[in-house]
Ligand binder design. Structure first.
Ligand code: GSH
Length: 227
């Protein structure tokens, strides 16, 4: 295992940064965390990441950014953690699952959060996200008939990339939509098992700032109301 210390630039509220935080833990990496205040970013941070976003890493004397690049790097650097399967085709499925979840499910959630009071917005959220979750269930079932993870029993980059967004989707349903549960999850045990599996993984729980903190930010930023 590589031993030189990695510096991880984090903000505990950020789901993208949480991906890196989970991967570092899962890989057993030797790292230190520097928390970046996103409301008052330090001047020096633009030398680490000119985009001034978290996450970023300083590693092997260089800086890298973008959460998906970072988790792939962690997998390459710590192959013994086996965060990606060996087979090229399975790796392709992992990457497809990450892309699908982000572009259909997280995007469906973001669309609603940004236009919470819009006419028909709630209905569109339920229709669109349930449809995407139904398809995601098919993708999960193609990998393995049983969970708890994307590939089955093997925890991978797909779980790492998706878990922070699953937590936030569920926090929103619980605290803003009064415990709304997706029909797709009620009707597909494989999908329900996946959601439970990734949400309860120790590395995921340990790196999550919590439902209340996430919802407070959402309420402040997007004028979403808590009943
Ligand atoms: N595509 C980036 C997104 C990272 C991102 O948007 N991070 C947010 C916090 S969740 C950020 O640093 N925002 C600060 C800013 O935009 O100034 C990734 O995957 O790492």
């Amino acid at each position: 295992m590589s031993t030189d210390k990695i510096t991880f630039y984090n903000a505990s509220i950020c789901p993208f940064a949480q991906r890196a935080a989970i991967a570092l833990r899962e890989a057993g990496a030797n790292f230190e965390t520097v928390n970046i205040d996103l409301t008052n970013k330090p001047e020096w941070y633009k030398d680490i990441n000119p985009e001034t976003k978290v996450p970023a890493l300083t590693t092997e004397g260089q800086n890298i950014a973008e959460s998906l690049v970072i988790i792939e790097y962690i997998n390459d650097r710590f192959p013994e953690a086996k965060l990606l399967p060996k087979e090229a085709i399975k790796r392709a499925h992992v990457r497809f699952g990450i892309e699908y979840f982000a572009s259909k499910i997280t995007a469906g959630f973001n669309k609603y959060a940004f236009n919470y009071s819009g006419e028909g917005a709630r209905e569109a959220y339920e229709v669109d996200v349930n449809a995407a979750l139904n398809r995601f269930n098919e993708i999960l079932t193609q990998q393995s008939a049983t969970g708890p993870y994307f590939l089955g029993e093997e925890f991978s980059l797909a779980d790492i990339a998706v878990a922070p967004f699953v937590l936030r989707l569920y926090a929103f349903n619980k605290l803003i939509l009064k415990g709304y549960e997706f029909e797709a999850v009620k009707s597909h045990p494989r999908l329900a098992e996946f959601i439970k599996g990734v949400s309860s993984r120790a590395s995921v729980q340990e790196t999550y700032a919590g439902d209340e903190k996430f919802i407070d930010i959402l309420v402040q930023r997007y004028g979403i109301t808590r009943d």
